[in-house]
Design a binder for this molecule. Structure first.
Ligand code: UGA
Length: 429
C-alpha cells in the first residue's frame, strides 16, 4: 500500500517507520526544510531508542520518502494520516488549527480514487467530522473520501515496541470501505481490533490517557495521607495493586506526571466536558493533585534545606526521553530560581532542551557526581537507570549536607537513613 503521514513528531515518525518496515511505501510530509534534510539523512530529530536504525533501514530500502509537498504524495496514497500537533490553548482546549489547515491541503491534492483520511493526532470528539466537512467542501468532484479515527497509544521511550505490539488497534468510522482499508494496513500488528464509530474512537483516546492520569493522581493523593500518618505509600499501593481488579501499573506516587500528553489531554477532556455540560470535577481534581505533587516537593525543600544550592538529577518528564514538556523539573527550577537558589543539574538526554529554556541561569554538568558536588541538597526528579545504583557513599561525601529528596521513590528509606542521609521520599514512612 502507499500511504502518507503528515507530521513527523513521535506519533507520525514512529508510525511511518513501522508501516514502511512492513513493506509499504510511506510519504512523510513536513514543512521545515532543515528538519526534512536531517530526516532524509537518517537523523530522527527526536530522542527515541531504536528509531534511528528503523528510519535508516527504511530510507535505504526506498520505502520512506520525506517531502514538503502534498503532490504527488496525497494522490498516490490510499490512506493519509494526520499526525500534527494539537497543543493546549491558554484555556485548556486543544488547538486544532494545524489539523484543519492540513485537511484543506489534503482536499486540494486528492487523486481521482477513494482515499481514507485518518486522524492519529489526539483530537476532541467531533474533530474528525469537521475534517470530513473540510475535505468534502474543498475536494474535486472525482475524488472520494472517508474519514477514520485511529488513535495512537504509544509511549515515549518505548514508542516502537508500543506501535509494533499494541494491546488494541482502534478504528472509528461509519464507512465500511474505510474500515476495510484500515484493517488491511494494520493486519501485521498483533492485538485486539476495536471497530467503532468516530466519536467513540476519539473518546477512547482521551478516556485512556485520563484514567492513567487519574491512577497517578490517586497514588499521589494516597502519598499525602501517608505523609500525615506514618503509612508507607509503596507498601500501601503494592498491596492495593495486588487486587487483580486494580493492578499496580501507573499507580506510582512521585513528583507528578508531565509530558506532552497527560497534562494536555486531561485539560482538553475537561474543556470538552464543560462545553457539553458534563461535570468534570474528577478531571479537575486529577490536575490539581498533579500540581500539588510538585508543589509539595518544593515546599519540603524550602522548609528543610539550610543553604541555597540545590542539585537536580533527572530533568526529562520520564526516563528514556529528552522531552521536558510539562516536566516537574521545569516547574521546580523556575520556582527555585525565583527564590534565589543556585542550581546544578544533570540529565544526559534532556540537557540541550533544558539549556534552551534556562540558558546560563543553571549549571548543567557532564555527570551526576559533578552536579551534587557542594550542594546543600539533592533532588531526584527522573528515575533514569543510572541513578538507581549510583555510588551513594560518593554522593554523600560530595554533598555539602547529606539531604536527598527522592521524587521518584527509587531509594530505600531505611538504607538511606542508615547511611546517614536526611532522606525524604514521596509518601514514605
Ligand atoms: C502517554 C500514554 O501512556 C500513552 O499510551 C499515550 O499514547 C501517550 O501518552 C500519548 O497520548 O501520546 P507518555 O506521555 O509517553 O505516554 O508517557 P507515560 O509513560 O504514560 O508517562 C507519563 C507521565 O506519567 C510521566 O511523567 C511519568 O513519570 C508519570 N507516571 C507514570 C507517574 O508519575 N506514575 C506512574 O505510575 C506512571
Amino acid at each position: 500500500m502507499t500511504i502518507t503521514v503528515i507530521g513527523h513528531g513521535y506519533v507520525g515518525l514512529v508510525s511511518a517507520c513501522v508501516f514502511a518496515d512492513f513493506g509499504n511505501k510511506v510519504w512523510v510530509i513536513g514543512h521545515t526544510p532543515e528538519k526534512l534534510e536531517r530526516l532524509r539523512a537518517g537523523d530522527p530529530i527526536i530522542y527515541e531508542p531504536g528509531l534511528a536504525e528503523l528510519l535508516q533501514k527504511n530510507i535505504k530500502a526506498e520505502r520512506l520518502i520525506f517531502t514538503d509537498s502534498y503532490d504527488p504524495a496525497i494522490k498516490e496514497s490510499e490512506i493519509v494520516f494526520i499526525t500534527v500537533g494539537t497543543p493546549p490553548k491558554p484555556d485548556g482546549s486543544a488547538d486544532l488549527s494545524a489539523v484543519f489547515t492540513v485537511a484543506k491541503q489534503i482536499s486540494h491534492n486528492l487523486g481521482p480514487h477513494f482515499t481514507v483520511v485518518s486522524c492519529k493526532s489526539t483530537v476532541p470528539v467531533g474533530t474528525n467530522r469537521e475534517v470530513e466537512k473540510i475535505l468534502i467542501q474543498n475536494k474535486r468532484a472525482e475524488a472520494s473520501i472517508a474519514v477514520a479515527s485511529c488513535p495512537e497509544f504509544l509511549r515515549e521511550g518505548s514508542a516502537i515496541h508500543d506501535t509494533v505490539e499494541p494491546d488494541r488497534v482502534v478504528i472509528g468510522s461509519d464507512n465500511k470501505d474505510a474500515v476495510a482499508k484500515m484493517l488491511e494496513l494494520h493486519k501485521p500488528l498483533p492485538g485486539k481490533r476495536v471497530v467503532t464509530n468516530l466519536a467513540s474512537a476519539e473518546l477512547i483516546k482521551y478516556a485512556s490517557n485520563s484514567i492513567l492520569a487519574t491512577k497517578i493522581s490517586f497514588a499521589n493523593l494516597i502519598s499525602f495521607f501517608c505523609e500525615k500518618t506514618g503509612a508507607d505509600v509503596e507498601e500501601v499501593l503494592e498491596a492495593v495493586g495486588m487486587d487483580k481488579r486494580i493492578g499496580r501499573t501507573f499507580m506510582y506516587a512521585g513528583v507528578g506526571y508531565g509530558g506532552s500528553c497527560f497534562p494536555k489531554d486531561v485539560q482538553a477532556l475537561t474543556d470538552t466536558g464543560k462545553k457539553l455540560g458534563v461535570d468534570v470535577t474528577l478531571l479537575q481534581s486529577v490536575e490539581d493533585i498533579n500540581h500539588q505533587a510538585r508543589a509539595n516537593v518544593l515546599s519540603h525543600v524550602l522548609k528543610t534545606v539550610k543553604g541555597k544550592h540545590i542539585a537536580i538529577l533527572g530533568l526529562s518528564f520520564k526516563p528514556d526521553t529528552d522531552d521536558i514538556r510539562f516536566a516537574p523539573s521545569v516547574y521546580l527550577i523556575e520556582e527555585l530560581l525565583k527564590k534565589g537558589y543556585t542550581i546544578t543539574a544533570y540529565d544526559q538526554a534532556a540537557r540541550e532542551n533544558i539549556k534552551r529554556i534556562f540558558g546560563d541561569k543553571i549549571t548543567l554538568t557532564e555527570n551526576a557526581y559533578e552536579a551534587v558536588e557542594g550542594a546543600d541538597a539533592l533532588l531526584v526528579l527522573t528515575e533514569w537507570n543510572e541513578f538507581k545504583q549510583i555510588d551513594l557513599a560518593k554522593v554523600k561525601s560530595l554533598l555539602k549536607s547529606p539531604v536527598i529528596f527522592d521524587g521518584r521513590n527509587i531509594y530505600e528509606p531505611s538504607k538511606m537513613r542508615e547511611m546517614g542521609f536526611q532522606y525524604y521520599g514521596i509518601g514514605r514512612s
